[in-house]
Design a protein around this ligand. Structure first.
Ligand SMILES: NCc1[nH]cc(CCC(=O)O)c1CC(=O)O
Length: 312
């Protein structure tokens, strides 16, 4: 197989997205030193509307539609995404060509005055606009307040430093990639804050009619990560996963056994259904679907129905 002449990578323009695009660019340059590889930076709707909570403006698809338009038009060949931001169902004509090895999947506790959630005095304000993080904080630390916090990673840190919040919760992966790991006071274990489906992994998207790209990207694909993320996404798909639903999912593989954990909660954290399931990685889709069914029969179906009802 001859190496590609040119690859154009579409990326959002936030620093984290650009870091991720450059990371993939460098990996591809190592593999294909003769290839011209460029990055096309784009501002998406999700980046422009910063004052409204994500769950109210239509969620994940918003950050990737413009990038898909560039793939459609042939202005770019591939798009690099955080898997966390990729909708559970790919739009027709598009596919994930590769999923890269997972960076730290955990949520991180960031504060200038406290070392952990446990240390925060009653009434402290915790910043996050993720329903998943909010519901878990409210369920486990009902004496704390949760207030919305949007913007890119740097904006959120600035808002913390301006003392609007006692602490904020961010993905460890984003902080590490931006060399901001020194801001992490503690990592939240999956028991304390189960990560978002796909958190820490990157996905490389292309058009379905470009199979040559899948072959070129194959060395960047990390099978174990992909198997875990596929189990998480299968669960989320059955639960109607989107930013509107407070849910988390996290899979790990150890000694050829895949363990998937998941939860669904009410936004106020008063009801939380959590469970786990394990099996062979080959059965990942079924493990995901089965865990979703188990959560539903334990009461997640009622939570989901109530969320649907309130949704306009
Ligand atoms: N919601 C934005 C977003 N999308 C991916 C990451 C972190 C990187 C990753 O999960 O790979 C973040 C920032 C955050 O949640 O703190």
């Amino acid at each position: 197989m001859h190496s590609p002449e040119k690859i154009i990578i579409a990326s959002r323009e936030s620093q984290l997205a650009m870091w991720q695009a450059h990371f993939i660019q460098n990996r591809l340059l190592e593999l294909y030193p003769q290839t011209e590889i460029t990055i096309l930076g784009m501002t998406t709707k999700g980046d422009q509307i910063l004052d409204v909570s994500l769950s109210k403006i239509g969620g994940k698809g918003l950050f990737i539609k413009e990038l898909e338009q560039a793939l459609e038009d042939g202005r770019a060949d591939i798009a690099v995404h955080s898997m966390k931001d990729v909708p559970m169902n790919m739009p027709p004509g598009f596919m994930l060509a590769a999923i890269t090895e997972r960076e730290d999947p955990c949520d991180a506790f960031v504060s200038n005055n406290y070392a952990s959630l446990e240390e925060l005095p009653a009434g402290s304000i915790v910043g996050t606009s993720s329903l998943r993080r909010e519901s878990q904080v409210r369920a486990r630390f009902p004496h704390l307040q949760v207030r919305p916090l949007r913007g890119n990673v740097q904006t959120r840190l600035r808002k913390l430093d301006e003392e609007e919040y006692s602490a904020i919760i961010l993905a460890a992966a984003g902080l590490k990639r931006l060399e901001l790991a020194y801001r992490i006071r503690s990592l939240l274990t999956p028991e304390l804050s189960l990560p978002a489906v796909g958190q820490g992994a990157l996905g490389i998207e292309c058009r379905e009619d470009r199979p040559e790209l899948v072959q070129w990207l194959a060395p960047l694909h990390h099978a174990a990560t992909a198997h875990c993320v596929e189990a998480e996404r299968a669960m989320s798909r059955v639960l109607g996963g989107s930013c509107q639903v407070p849910l988390g999912g996290f899979a790990e593989i150890s000694e050829d056994v895949l363990t998937l954990r998941g939860f669904v909660a009410t936004p106020d954290g008063t009801k939380m259904i959590a469970d786990k399931l394990h099996g062979k990685p080959e059965g990942r889709e079924l493990i995901g679907q089965q865990l979703a069914q188990n959560l539903k029969s334990q009461g997640a179906d009622e939570i989901l129905a109530a969320l649907e009802f309130h949704h306009d």
